[in-house]
Design a protein around this ligand. Structure first.
Ligand code: PGA
Length: 252
């Protein structure tokens, strides 16, 4: 049995006003107050973080952002630093989501810098990796994902690496309703763990690996039953309080 603590992380993406975020936080908190065996996290838009801080700072629910800049401050118009996220009670930050890689052209070098900056500032980075459909169909998915893990984390010490969370998110499964089979997801997460072992030895056994891509209350249990899957990064299903509560409950 592994000793890794399960983590269920909601990724709201570009959704929810401050009022909607506050309402969600109040209702979610009430319904999961007795859950102590799963870490719960909401990664909200920057504009909703202040409301979440007010509602959740004293609660068991963690707050996270969906992106950050690697510099602490300065002339970077439109960007947000780790220091600013800490100020808003964030403890986690998603780095290198496929939507950032694709739409905003974030490359592996930039993502590696962001992961390092998050760790240097005491934030837990959730590094997203995952292949597109063409790579999956050509049988190159595992090699591609291993390459992403190596390029994004190679510079870290084993002690730093132990604090990272990885989210394996096949791009073809994100927001499409097509989930990877639990067996395929396990195979990739096990491949990621062996890549981590190549970088940092036995520390790999401590690193939490999440699955993401059309996770819902109805399919979370089969994912959690896999030995190398320690939780989920949840987009669409994290927007509705009742569904997200059910999902957390079914993850236990
Ligand atoms: P989805 O998104 O759950 O809506 O597929 C997951 C993600 O992009 O993190």
């Amino acid at each position: 049995m592994n000793k890794r603590r399960p983590l269920i992380a909601g990724n709201w993406k570009m959704n929810k006003t401050t009022a909607e975020a506050r309402d969600f936080a109040i209702r979610f908190q009430e319904q999961v107050a007795d859950i102590t065996d799963v870490d719960m996290l909401i990664c909200a838009p920057f504009t909703a973080l202040s409301a979440l801080k007010e509602e959740l700072e004293e609660s068991i629910i963690h707050i996270g952002a969906q992106n950050m800049h690697y510099e602490t401050k300065g002339a970077f118009t439109g960007e947000i630093s780790a220091e600013m996220l800490l100020d808003l009670a964030c403890t986690y930050v998603i780095i290198g989501h496929s939507e950032r890689r694709d739409y905003f052209k974030e490359d592996d070098e930039l993502i590696a810098k962001k992961v390092k900056a998050a760790l240097d500032n005491g934030l837990t980075p959730i590094l997203c990796v995952g292949e597109n459909l063409a790579l999956r169909e050509s049988g190159r998915a595992l090699a591609f994902v291993r390459g992403q893990v190596e390029k994004n984390l190679m510079e870290l010490t084993p002690a730093e690496l132990a604090k990272v969370v990885i989210a394996y998110e096949p791009i073809w499964a994100i927001g499409t309703g097509k989930t990877a089979s639990a067996e395929d997801a396990q195979e990739m997460c096990s491949g990621i763990r062996s890549t981590l072992a190549g970088i940092a030895g036995s520390v790999a056994d401590e690193i939490r690996i999440l699955y993401g891509g059309s996770v819902k209350s109805g399919n979370i249990a089969s994912m959690m039953a896999q030995p190398d899957i320690d939780g989920a990064l949840v987009g669409g299903a994290s927007l509705d309080v009742e569904e997200f509560v059910k999902l957390v409950q079914n993850a236990r």
